[in-house]
Design a protein around this ligand. Structure first.
Ligand code: ATP
Ligand code: LTN
Length: 332
Protein backbone atom coordinates (compact mmCIF):
# COMPACT_ATOMS: atom_id res chain seq x y z
CA UNK A 1 0.00 0.00 0.00
CA UNK A 2 1.44 3.33 -1.06
CA UNK A 3 0.69 6.76 0.33
CA UNK A 4 -0.99 9.04 -2.21
CA UNK A 5 -1.69 12.76 -2.06
CA UNK A 6 -3.21 15.26 -4.44
CA UNK A 7 -4.90 18.63 -4.45
CA UNK A 8 -7.24 20.78 -6.46
CA UNK A 9 -7.56 24.56 -6.31
CA UNK A 10 -10.88 26.07 -5.20
CA UNK A 11 -10.49 28.65 -7.94
CA UNK A 12 -13.90 28.21 -9.54
CA UNK A 13 -16.20 25.52 -10.78
CA UNK A 14 -14.37 22.40 -11.92
CA UNK A 15 -14.37 21.19 -15.50
CA UNK A 16 -14.81 17.77 -17.01
CA UNK A 17 -11.01 17.89 -17.49
CA UNK A 18 -10.44 18.17 -13.73
CA UNK A 19 -12.88 15.33 -13.17
CA UNK A 20 -11.36 12.97 -15.72
CA UNK A 21 -7.70 13.91 -15.18
CA UNK A 22 -7.85 14.06 -11.41
CA UNK A 23 -10.98 13.29 -9.38
CA UNK A 24 -12.05 10.12 -11.16
CA UNK A 25 -8.62 8.58 -10.57
CA UNK A 26 -8.54 9.62 -6.94
CA UNK A 27 -11.64 7.54 -6.33
CA UNK A 28 -10.04 4.46 -7.88
CA UNK A 29 -6.80 4.93 -5.95
CA UNK A 30 -8.41 5.23 -2.53
CA UNK A 31 -9.39 1.56 -2.53
CA UNK A 32 -5.83 0.35 -2.76
CA UNK A 33 -3.83 3.07 -1.06
CA UNK A 34 -3.61 5.40 1.90
CA UNK A 35 -4.83 8.69 0.45
CA UNK A 36 -4.79 12.36 1.37
CA UNK A 37 -6.77 14.83 -0.72
CA UNK A 38 -6.68 18.58 -0.33
CA UNK A 39 -8.53 21.70 -1.23
CA UNK A 40 -5.51 23.89 -1.96
CA UNK A 41 -6.80 27.32 -1.02
CA UNK A 42 -3.32 28.78 -0.48
CA UNK A 43 -2.60 28.00 -4.12
CA UNK A 44 -5.82 29.66 -5.20
CA UNK A 45 -4.78 33.05 -3.78
CA UNK A 46 -1.71 33.20 -6.04
CA UNK A 47 -4.13 35.00 -8.36
CA UNK A 48 -6.77 37.45 -7.07
CA UNK A 49 -9.83 35.83 -5.50
CA UNK A 50 -13.02 37.30 -4.17
CA UNK A 51 -13.10 36.54 -0.43
CA UNK A 52 -16.69 35.31 -0.26
CA UNK A 53 -16.48 33.36 -3.49
CA UNK A 54 -13.32 31.63 -2.26
CA UNK A 55 -15.01 30.61 0.99
CA UNK A 56 -17.91 29.19 -0.98
CA UNK A 57 -15.66 27.40 -3.47
CA UNK A 58 -13.70 25.71 -0.68
CA UNK A 59 -16.74 23.96 0.75
CA UNK A 60 -18.18 23.22 -2.66
CA UNK A 61 -14.97 21.58 -3.79
CA UNK A 62 -14.77 19.52 -0.60
CA UNK A 63 -18.37 18.40 -1.14
CA UNK A 64 -17.54 17.58 -4.75
CA UNK A 65 -14.71 15.28 -3.65
CA UNK A 66 -17.20 13.38 -1.51
CA UNK A 67 -19.89 13.45 -4.20
CA UNK A 68 -17.46 11.90 -6.69
CA UNK A 69 -16.82 9.05 -4.29
CA UNK A 70 -14.00 10.10 -1.95
CA UNK A 71 -14.89 8.25 1.23
CA UNK A 72 -13.84 10.16 4.36
CA UNK A 73 -13.62 6.83 6.21
CA UNK A 74 -10.91 5.70 3.82
CA UNK A 75 -9.18 8.95 2.80
CA UNK A 76 -8.10 12.09 4.61
CA UNK A 77 -9.83 15.12 3.10
CA UNK A 78 -8.73 18.54 4.30
CA UNK A 79 -8.24 22.23 3.54
CA UNK A 80 -4.59 23.14 2.99
CA UNK A 81 -4.58 26.46 4.88
CA UNK A 82 -5.93 24.74 8.01
CA UNK A 83 -2.64 22.88 8.40
CA UNK A 84 -0.05 25.64 8.95
CA UNK A 85 2.92 23.35 8.30
CA UNK A 86 2.31 23.66 4.54
CA UNK A 87 3.10 27.37 4.56
CA UNK A 88 6.01 26.88 6.97
CA UNK A 89 7.67 24.18 4.91
CA UNK A 90 7.01 26.14 1.78
CA UNK A 91 9.07 29.03 3.14
CA UNK A 92 11.96 26.77 4.10
CA UNK A 93 11.93 25.18 0.65
CA UNK A 94 11.70 28.61 -0.99
CA UNK A 95 15.04 29.40 0.63
CA UNK A 96 16.47 26.31 -1.04
CA UNK A 97 14.94 26.89 -4.47
CA UNK A 98 16.50 29.07 -7.15
CA UNK A 99 14.97 31.92 -9.14
CA UNK A 100 16.27 30.20 -12.30
CA UNK A 101 14.44 26.93 -11.81
CA UNK A 102 11.19 28.67 -10.89
CA UNK A 103 11.44 30.94 -13.95
CA UNK A 104 11.43 27.85 -16.15
CA UNK A 105 7.99 26.67 -15.02
CA UNK A 106 5.62 26.80 -17.98
CA UNK A 107 2.54 27.24 -15.80
CA UNK A 108 4.09 30.40 -14.36
CA UNK A 109 4.83 31.68 -17.85
CA UNK A 110 1.24 31.00 -18.97
CA UNK A 111 -0.48 32.35 -15.87
CA UNK A 112 1.70 35.45 -15.56
CA UNK A 113 1.10 36.26 -19.24
CA UNK A 114 -2.62 35.93 -18.59
CA UNK A 115 -2.48 38.23 -15.55
CA UNK A 116 -0.52 40.75 -17.58
CA UNK A 117 -3.00 40.63 -20.45
CA UNK A 118 -5.84 41.61 -18.12
CA UNK A 119 -3.76 44.34 -16.51
CA UNK A 120 -3.44 42.42 -13.23
CA UNK A 121 -0.31 42.24 -11.10
CA UNK A 122 1.86 39.14 -11.04
CA UNK A 123 2.25 38.08 -7.44
CA UNK A 124 5.44 36.63 -5.99
CA UNK A 125 3.13 33.84 -4.80
CA UNK A 126 2.38 32.89 -8.40
CA UNK A 127 6.13 32.61 -8.95
CA UNK A 128 6.70 30.40 -5.90
CA UNK A 129 3.49 28.38 -6.42
CA UNK A 130 5.37 25.16 -7.30
CA UNK A 131 7.40 25.35 -4.08
CA UNK A 132 4.20 25.33 -2.05
CA UNK A 133 3.06 22.33 -4.07
CA UNK A 134 6.36 20.58 -3.29
CA UNK A 135 5.81 21.32 0.41
CA UNK A 136 2.28 19.84 0.24
CA UNK A 137 3.67 16.60 -1.06
CA UNK A 138 6.90 15.98 0.82
CA UNK A 139 5.45 17.00 4.16
CA UNK A 140 3.66 13.64 4.24
CA UNK A 141 6.37 11.36 2.79
CA UNK A 142 4.09 10.62 -0.11
CA UNK A 143 4.96 7.80 -2.54
CA UNK A 144 2.83 8.88 -5.48
CA UNK A 145 1.03 12.00 -6.67
CA UNK A 146 -1.82 11.56 -9.17
CA UNK A 147 -2.21 14.66 -11.33
CA UNK A 148 -3.03 15.66 -14.90
CA UNK A 149 -0.34 16.09 -17.51
CA UNK A 150 0.04 19.84 -16.85
CA UNK A 151 1.55 19.19 -13.41
CA UNK A 152 4.43 17.00 -14.61
CA UNK A 153 6.98 19.81 -14.50
CA UNK A 154 5.92 20.81 -10.99
CA UNK A 155 6.41 17.25 -9.85
CA UNK A 156 9.93 17.17 -11.32
CA UNK A 157 10.71 20.28 -9.30
CA UNK A 158 9.19 18.65 -6.21
CA UNK A 159 11.56 15.71 -6.61
CA UNK A 160 14.53 18.05 -7.11
CA UNK A 161 13.68 20.06 -3.99
CA UNK A 162 13.29 16.91 -1.88
CA UNK A 163 16.59 15.51 -3.11
CA UNK A 164 18.36 18.82 -2.58
CA UNK A 165 17.08 19.16 0.97
CA UNK A 166 18.13 15.58 1.74
CA UNK A 167 21.59 16.24 0.35
CA UNK A 168 22.03 19.51 2.27
CA UNK A 169 20.48 18.61 5.60
CA UNK A 170 20.48 14.80 5.73
CA UNK A 171 17.84 12.25 4.77
CA UNK A 172 14.49 13.86 5.64
CA UNK A 173 12.00 13.47 2.82
CA UNK A 174 10.78 10.67 0.63
CA UNK A 175 11.21 11.54 -3.08
CA UNK A 176 7.73 11.13 -4.62
CA UNK A 177 6.75 9.65 -7.96
CA UNK A 178 4.23 11.27 -10.24
CA UNK A 179 1.25 9.28 -11.46
CA UNK A 180 -0.23 10.48 -14.74
CA UNK A 181 -3.14 8.40 -16.02
CA UNK A 182 -2.58 6.78 -19.41
CA UNK A 183 -5.86 8.14 -20.70
CA UNK A 184 -7.57 11.42 -19.91
CA UNK A 185 -4.52 13.19 -18.47
CA UNK A 186 -5.06 16.10 -20.83
CA UNK A 187 -8.64 16.73 -21.85
CA UNK A 188 -8.66 19.42 -24.50
CA UNK A 189 -10.83 22.47 -25.07
CA UNK A 190 -14.00 21.75 -27.09
CA UNK A 191 -13.61 24.67 -29.50
CA UNK A 192 -9.81 24.92 -29.52
CA UNK A 193 -8.64 21.32 -29.11
CA UNK A 194 -4.99 22.33 -29.34
CA UNK A 195 -5.17 23.75 -25.80
CA UNK A 196 -6.19 22.09 -22.55
CA UNK A 197 -9.65 22.43 -21.06
CA UNK A 198 -9.11 24.85 -18.18
CA UNK A 199 -11.54 26.12 -15.56
CA UNK A 200 -10.20 29.64 -15.94
CA UNK A 201 -11.01 29.74 -19.67
CA UNK A 202 -13.08 32.82 -20.50
CA UNK A 203 -14.96 31.11 -23.31
CA UNK A 204 -17.61 28.88 -21.73
CA UNK A 205 -18.06 26.94 -24.98
CA UNK A 206 -14.55 25.54 -24.55
CA UNK A 207 -15.30 23.78 -21.32
CA UNK A 208 -17.86 21.52 -19.70
CA UNK A 209 -18.39 22.59 -16.12
CA UNK A 210 -19.37 20.03 -13.55
CA UNK A 211 -22.27 22.33 -12.69
CA UNK A 212 -23.56 22.61 -16.27
CA UNK A 213 -27.21 21.53 -16.60
CA UNK A 214 -27.76 18.49 -18.90
CA UNK A 215 -29.00 20.57 -21.81
CA UNK A 216 -26.00 22.86 -21.70
CA UNK A 217 -23.72 19.81 -21.75
CA UNK A 218 -25.61 18.44 -24.75
CA UNK A 219 -25.33 21.75 -26.61
CA UNK A 220 -21.62 22.17 -25.88
CA UNK A 221 -20.79 18.65 -27.04
CA UNK A 222 -22.88 18.99 -30.19
CA UNK A 223 -21.08 22.20 -31.14
CA UNK A 224 -17.61 20.85 -30.28
CA UNK A 225 -15.14 21.36 -33.14
CA UNK A 226 -14.31 18.24 -35.11
CA UNK A 227 -13.04 18.32 -38.71
CA UNK A 228 -14.18 17.88 -42.28
CA UNK A 229 -13.53 14.13 -42.32
CA UNK A 230 -16.45 11.76 -42.02
CA UNK A 231 -15.05 8.88 -39.97
CA UNK A 232 -14.86 8.47 -36.21
CA UNK A 233 -11.15 7.75 -35.76
CA UNK A 234 -8.46 8.30 -33.13
CA UNK A 235 -5.55 10.43 -34.30
CA UNK A 236 -4.59 12.90 -31.56
CA UNK A 237 -1.95 14.57 -33.76
CA UNK A 238 -3.92 15.29 -36.91
CA UNK A 239 -7.51 15.04 -35.68
CA UNK A 240 -7.43 16.59 -32.25
CA UNK A 241 -11.13 17.41 -31.88
CA UNK A 242 -12.65 14.00 -32.51
CA UNK A 243 -9.78 12.26 -30.68
CA UNK A 244 -10.46 14.36 -27.59
CA UNK A 245 -14.15 13.41 -27.70
CA UNK A 246 -13.26 9.73 -28.13
CA UNK A 247 -10.96 9.94 -25.14
CA UNK A 248 -13.67 11.48 -22.96
CA UNK A 249 -16.08 8.73 -24.05
CA UNK A 250 -13.54 5.98 -23.39
CA UNK A 251 -12.48 7.17 -19.94
CA UNK A 252 -16.03 7.62 -18.69
CA UNK A 253 -17.42 4.33 -19.98
CA UNK A 254 -14.26 2.26 -19.61
CA UNK A 255 -14.67 1.08 -23.22
CA UNK A 256 -11.36 0.94 -25.13
CA UNK A 257 -10.97 3.53 -27.89
CA UNK A 258 -10.54 0.78 -30.52
CA UNK A 259 -13.88 -0.71 -29.55
CA UNK A 260 -15.54 2.70 -29.83
CA UNK A 261 -14.05 3.28 -33.26
CA UNK A 262 -15.47 -0.08 -34.39
CA UNK A 263 -18.83 0.67 -32.77
CA UNK A 264 -19.17 3.93 -34.71
CA UNK A 265 -17.99 2.60 -38.06
CA UNK A 266 -20.27 3.93 -40.77
CA UNK A 267 -21.87 6.43 -38.39
CA UNK A 268 -21.47 10.20 -38.45
CA UNK A 269 -20.34 12.80 -35.93
CA UNK A 270 -23.96 13.60 -35.08
CA UNK A 271 -24.76 10.13 -33.73
CA UNK A 272 -21.47 9.91 -31.91
CA UNK A 273 -21.84 13.30 -30.27
CA UNK A 274 -25.37 12.71 -29.08
CA UNK A 275 -24.35 9.39 -27.51
CA UNK A 276 -21.34 11.04 -25.91
CA UNK A 277 -23.52 13.81 -24.51
CA UNK A 278 -25.73 11.19 -22.81
CA UNK A 279 -22.65 9.41 -21.44
CA UNK A 280 -21.36 12.64 -19.91
CA UNK A 281 -24.77 13.67 -18.53
CA UNK A 282 -25.28 10.24 -16.95
CA UNK A 283 -21.89 10.54 -15.22
CA UNK A 284 -22.22 14.12 -14.01
CA UNK A 285 -25.88 14.49 -13.07
CA UNK A 286 -25.81 12.14 -10.06
CA UNK A 287 -22.61 13.82 -8.83
CA UNK A 288 -24.32 17.21 -8.96
CA UNK A 289 -27.24 15.88 -6.95
CA UNK A 290 -25.02 14.26 -4.32
CA UNK A 291 -22.94 17.43 -4.00
CA UNK A 292 -26.08 19.45 -3.26
CA UNK A 293 -27.24 16.90 -0.68
CA UNK A 294 -23.86 16.92 1.07
CA UNK A 295 -23.78 20.71 1.20
CA UNK A 296 -27.33 20.89 2.51
CA UNK A 297 -26.68 18.34 5.26
CA UNK A 298 -23.77 20.31 6.75
CA UNK A 299 -21.75 17.09 7.15
CA UNK A 300 -18.86 18.53 5.14
CA UNK A 301 -17.67 20.57 8.13
CA UNK A 302 -17.34 17.46 10.28
CA UNK A 303 -15.48 15.67 7.51
CA UNK A 304 -13.06 18.57 7.06
CA UNK A 305 -12.51 18.94 10.82
CA UNK A 306 -11.56 15.27 11.09
CA UNK A 307 -9.37 15.52 7.98
CA UNK A 308 -7.57 18.58 9.32
CA UNK A 309 -6.85 16.84 12.65
CA UNK A 310 -5.52 13.72 10.97
CA UNK A 311 -3.32 15.67 8.55
CA UNK A 312 -2.09 17.98 11.28
CA UNK A 313 -0.85 15.05 13.36
CA UNK A 314 1.33 13.85 10.51
CA UNK A 315 2.46 17.31 9.42
CA UNK A 316 3.48 18.58 12.86
CA UNK A 317 5.90 15.70 13.38
CA UNK A 318 7.59 16.32 10.06
CA UNK A 319 7.86 20.09 10.31
CA UNK A 320 9.51 19.90 13.76
CA UNK A 321 12.07 17.51 12.33
CA UNK A 322 12.70 19.85 9.40
CA UNK A 323 13.16 22.91 11.61
CA UNK A 324 15.56 21.00 13.79
CA UNK A 325 17.63 19.93 10.77
CA UNK A 326 17.79 23.46 9.39
CA UNK A 327 18.68 24.92 12.79
CA UNK A 328 15.61 27.08 13.24
CA UNK A 329 14.34 28.18 16.63
CA UNK A 330 15.87 27.21 19.94
CA UNK A 331 16.73 24.04 21.77
CA UNK A 332 16.28 24.04 25.55
P1 ATP B 1 -6.79 26.73 -13.62
O1 ATP B 1 -7.35 26.74 -15.00
O2 ATP B 1 -7.51 27.61 -12.65
O3 ATP B 1 -5.32 26.83 -13.57
P2 ATP B 1 -7.09 23.91 -13.70
O4 ATP B 1 -8.36 23.69 -14.45
O5 ATP B 1 -5.81 23.65 -14.40
O6 ATP B 1 -7.10 25.33 -13.06
P3 ATP B 1 -6.29 22.77 -11.14
O7 ATP B 1 -7.01 23.01 -9.88
O8 ATP B 1 -5.03 23.51 -11.33
O9 ATP B 1 -7.23 23.04 -12.40
O10 ATP B 1 -6.04 21.24 -11.34
C1 ATP B 1 -6.68 20.20 -10.66
C2 ATP B 1 -6.31 18.88 -11.26
O11 ATP B 1 -6.96 18.73 -12.54
C3 ATP B 1 -4.82 18.69 -11.54
O12 ATP B 1 -4.44 17.36 -11.23
C4 ATP B 1 -4.70 18.94 -13.01
O13 ATP B 1 -3.58 18.29 -13.56
C5 ATP B 1 -6.00 18.35 -13.52
N1 ATP B 1 -6.41 18.93 -14.78
C6 ATP B 1 -6.63 20.24 -15.02
N2 ATP B 1 -7.03 20.43 -16.30
C7 ATP B 1 -7.06 19.20 -16.88
C8 ATP B 1 -7.38 18.72 -18.19
N3 ATP B 1 -7.75 19.55 -19.13
N4 ATP B 1 -7.30 17.40 -18.43
C9 ATP B 1 -6.93 16.54 -17.46
N5 ATP B 1 -6.61 16.93 -16.21
C10 ATP B 1 -6.66 18.23 -15.91
N1 LTN C 1 -0.79 22.60 -8.60
C1 LTN C 1 -1.83 21.59 -8.59
C2 LTN C 1 -2.65 21.59 -7.36
C3 LTN C 1 -1.85 21.11 -6.21
C4 LTN C 1 -1.41 19.78 -6.00
C5 LTN C 1 -0.70 19.81 -4.78
C6 LTN C 1 -1.51 18.60 -6.72
C7 LTN C 1 -1.43 21.85 -5.17
N2 LTN C 1 -0.72 21.07 -4.30
C8 LTN C 1 -0.09 18.67 -4.26
C9 LTN C 1 -0.91 17.47 -6.21
C10 LTN C 1 -0.21 17.51 -4.99
C11 LTN C 1 -2.71 21.81 -9.80
O1 LTN C 1 -3.33 20.93 -10.19
N3 LTN C 1 -2.80 22.93 -10.35
Amino acid sequence: MARILSGIQPSGVLTLGNYIGALKNFVKLQNEHECLFMVVDLHAITVPQDRLALRKNIKELAALYVACGIDPQKSILFVQSEVPAHAELSWILTCNASMGELSRMTQFKDKSAKQESVGGHISAGLFSYPVLMAADVILYDVDMVPVGDDQKQHMELTRDLAERFNARFGETFKVPEVYIPEQGARIMSLQEPEKKMSKSDDNSKNIILLTDPPNTIRKKIKSAITDSETTIAYDPVNRKGISNLLEIYAVITGEPIDALVTKYEGKGYGDFKSDLAEVVVAEIEPIQQRQQEILASGEIDDILDAGRDAAMKMAVRKISKVKHKVGLGRKR
